[in-house]
Design a binder for this molecule. Sequence first.
Ligand SMILES: [Zn+2]
Length: 479
Amino acid sequence: MAHDERGVTPQSEDFSAWYNELVIKAQLVDRGPAKGTMVIRPYGYALWELLQADLDARIKATGHQNAYFPMLIPESYLNREAEHVEGFSPELAVVTHAGGKQLEEPLVVRPTSETVIGEMMAKWISSHRDLPLLLNQWANVVRWELRPRMFLRTTEFLWQEGHTAHADEADAMAETMLALRMYRDVAYEVAAIPVVPGEKTPGERFAGAVKTFTIEGMMRDGRALQAGTSHYMGTNFARAFEITYTSADGKAELCHTTSWGMSTRMIGGVIMTHGDDKGLVLPPRLAPYQVVIVPIGRGERGEAATRAAKDLAARLRDAGLRVHVDDRSQLSPGFRFNDWEMRGVPIRLELGPRDLEAGTVVMARRLGEGKESISLEGAPGILPGVLEEFQAFLLKRATEFRDSRTATVDSWGEFVEAVATGWARAFHCGRPFCEDDIKAETAATPRCVPLEAEEESGRCVRCGMPSEYGKRVIFGRAY
Ligand SMILES: [Zn+2]
């Protein structure tokens, strides 16, 4: 193998092995004891908390309130919405025994919470004055995974689920799009992932939804990752759970509902959008440590370097940065450098006796060539700007990568070639069996009908029938 035991299989050699080894070696996660479960270690959880804090602030700023609903849901609730139960049945974990005996009615461990929240909405809404009802829940959900993958598909995962009820379609659709824009902004501004927002084709819709919207990111192996979804449910759940209100003129009306979710899967997206052969590359806004300081030297001179490193760390924290001092003096500087490189820290500062005498510190960026000396005194003034540049660079690099791997195609031959390494923008007839046929031939699926694409029409790239969506559809192989 081309790597030593400290490192990981290079991404360029085997993307999947790189990912699987990296999430463990970077101490983001460990395997849980039950198949398909994941332990999120402190370094991985800190990443999630930073994403969560940002998204939570946006959710609240747009008028939503957090609440919490039970994890155990009566099985009969799921059966009330036919498409919903059909879609989720294969993934359900069901509790049949509790308290030492068989339960009269089995309880489902929530795979999502439309049903239990719908039941409560029916209770809480009576008048048009109660609308809109804008709720969000941070929770764990369980969907049984036969082929689990850390962060991307685990039997239990963490997410937020927004659930809202509205008087009419226009208001509910405005909400659906607001949530989608929020996800798009988080992806761009925080995760530095240039996602494409768009609508899912009918075959890819959420079980029970009238319309499903998504943000799709391109990973460094050219595959697509669905990183957040927003659904307009029409009156499907309102009918099933009797979520009704009395209108201003006294008539009983069904509510229009929405739901939307973003999960720990987004962390997988960050890893696969920015990582390289050496390991993680974390966007500064999500990095648990934006700066790591490695003091160097032995004996008294080493101790002086460590004291200076701690002093610098305190001044950088005062400047608002997340900083760690790696004073594991039993490990060589080289080992510590490689370790933090693998764990994706944006800036490393090396502080040895000679630097200390000169009043400088050596700065190495996680990406980019060479090292440079900066003033110890001036570091708190310099580093925030360096981190901002790094954040912007990651988004730019990922955008260029995505664009270089996206092809506009009109023939089947071009299509097959494009989806082998990235995305194809192509016309499609919209017929489900034609989608299935494309998937069977190439493993590619329609990722979305991009909202921002220009209106145009043509012939289906597979079967030649007239195109359905008035736009080109993005196809790709997906996680
Ligand atoms: Zn077709």
